[in-house]
Design a protein around this ligand. Structure first.
Ligand SMILES: [Zn+2]
Length: 426
């Protein structure tokens, strides 16, 4: 058995007879802004080749090598082509951080095989899949190239124009951090929009789906851009030369501001976190109609997440696109809705469809149009009594109390279950 290093993303590799150990590769940060390179250098890709039936013992991120591992349900996926992935069914040992992994793997064939602690979809397969989808639905949607990434890959949006009079636009993004397989949310929503249920929604809403916000990250296999920018925490929309990914997306949004913006991410090793949305405080929005609708949408999302959500400064990050769209247009923004891969691929796909369709159906049910949500010149919303300083203080206090409650609940769950091996999302 040998490791194909040029196709692996690992460091500190050492091999000894039937054992392989390595650590996850560390990625470098862009020098300006918050890029969290350490936090986002958690994944690995190991490419192996050997005889069919050969078994090897694999240790990832294990230091010291005999560190105690208390849980045996960590996630490992394998694939021949980085498009169809299967979850390893035998136990994968880890500790309460979810980062180290120890397991044995038997080669199913003599072809090269990829192993990873996440699902790392191959860039070319994704591109072809999306192209084929658009070619198969020429009456419904088209692909727009809105610009090019730092390494000259297409920044592309699949647009579904409204079929009758347009009430407004909805924007969905995924693939900000390519090691998080949240692109499965976009792929599921595309299929939903081509189904009879989805087509009803397109009567009045134009839907823009951007599956790969960070194409260079898919190509290079990193959560950051080619020069180390973290697009979520450091959305450098004015920096065309260093961050064309943010510049061109913002340019598109300025021309086509959405009334609703959704963005998906995925937890992979964070087993203790329930799938949940990040909620902005009501104080971020202007006008009573928007606030009332956001309250309803928050409730729908929280219900779909069994009561879990995140609120506070991280959900209103000053350099995030969500903050930018809400500040500029009053767009209702739900970014960083996190799937959790512990729940599985199919339930996460269903979760994406449920979230998208429930929020879109709320817009239809309340006959919401762009003019009811966006501020001038794109809409008619102006400040009212709900934007007074007393009301704003009330909303801030309210979200602070909710935040204390939800953090308490989350940490209680983490400490109670951190050594449990049969943990399931519930
Ligand atoms: Zn992410």
């Amino acid at each position: 058995m040998k490791v194909l290093s040029d196709q692996s993303v690992i460091q500190d590799l050492s091999t000894d007879k039937n054992s392989i150990s390595f650590t996850a590769k560390h990625f470098d940060s862009f020098p300006q802004g918050t890029n969290k390179a350490d936090e986002y250098s958690w994944f690995y890709l190991l490419c192996l080749q050997g005889q069919t039936g050969e078994t090897t013992n694999i240790s990832a991120n294990l230091s010291p090598p005999n560190a105690p591992l208390t849980r045996d349900n960590s996630l490992v996926y394998w694939s021949h082509d980085r498009w169809t992935w299967q979850q390893l069914v035998s136990p994968v040992h880890t500790n309460h951080t979810g980062l180290p992994q120890k397991y044995s793997f038997t080669l199913p064939s003599s072809k090269p095989i990829y192993l990873s602690n996440t699902i790392l979809y191959d860039y070319n397969h994704l591109r072809l899949h999306l192209r084929r989808f658009v070619d198969d639905h020429p009456q419904l949607c088209h692909q727009q190239i809105i610009g090019h990434s730092l390494q000259n890959h297409d920044l592309s949006i699949i647009s579904f124009p409204s079929r009758q009079r347009e009430y407004g636009r909805i924007l969905v993004t995924t693939g900000c951090h390519p090691a998080e397989p949240d692109i499965l949310g976009s792929l599921a929503i595309l299929e939903y929009l081509a189904s009879p249920a989805g087509i009803i929604l397109l009567k009045h809403f134009t839907v823009d789906i951007m599956p790969m916000q960070n194409p260079d990250g898919y190509k290079l296999i990193t959560c950051l851009t080619a020069n180390g920018i973290n697009l979520y925490w450091n959305f450098r929309y004015q920096d065309k030369s260093n961050c064309p990914e943010a510049y061109y997306l913002w340019k598109y949004i300025k021309k086509n501001p959405p009334l609703l913006y959704l963005d998906f991410h995925a937890y992979v090793h964070q087993y203790h976190r329930h799938p949940m949305p990040y909620l902005q405080s009501l104080a971020c929005y202007t006008g009573s109609t928007t606030k009332k609708l956001v309250t309803k949408m928050d409730r729908v999302l929280t219900d779909l997440s069994q009561g879990y959500y995140k609120i506070g400064s991280l959900s209103m990050w000053p350099d995030a696109l969500s903050t930018l769209v809400t500040n500029n247009f009053n767009t209702i923004a739900y970014t960083k809705y996190h799937f959790n891969m512990y729940e599985g691929v199919d339930p996460s796909r269903q979760r994406a469809i449920d979230i998208f369709s429930s929020l879109a159906n709320l817009l239809i049910k309340h006959q919401i149009k762009q003019a009811h949500i966006l501020t001038p010149p794109h809409g008619q919303v102006t400040p009212d009594q709900t934007d007074s300083s007393t009301a704003t203080k009330y909303y801030s206090l309210h979200s602070r109390l909710k935040q204390i409650f939800i953090y308490g609940k989350s940490y209680y769950r983490y400490y109670r279950y951190r050594h449990r091996t049969d943990l399931r999302i519930r």
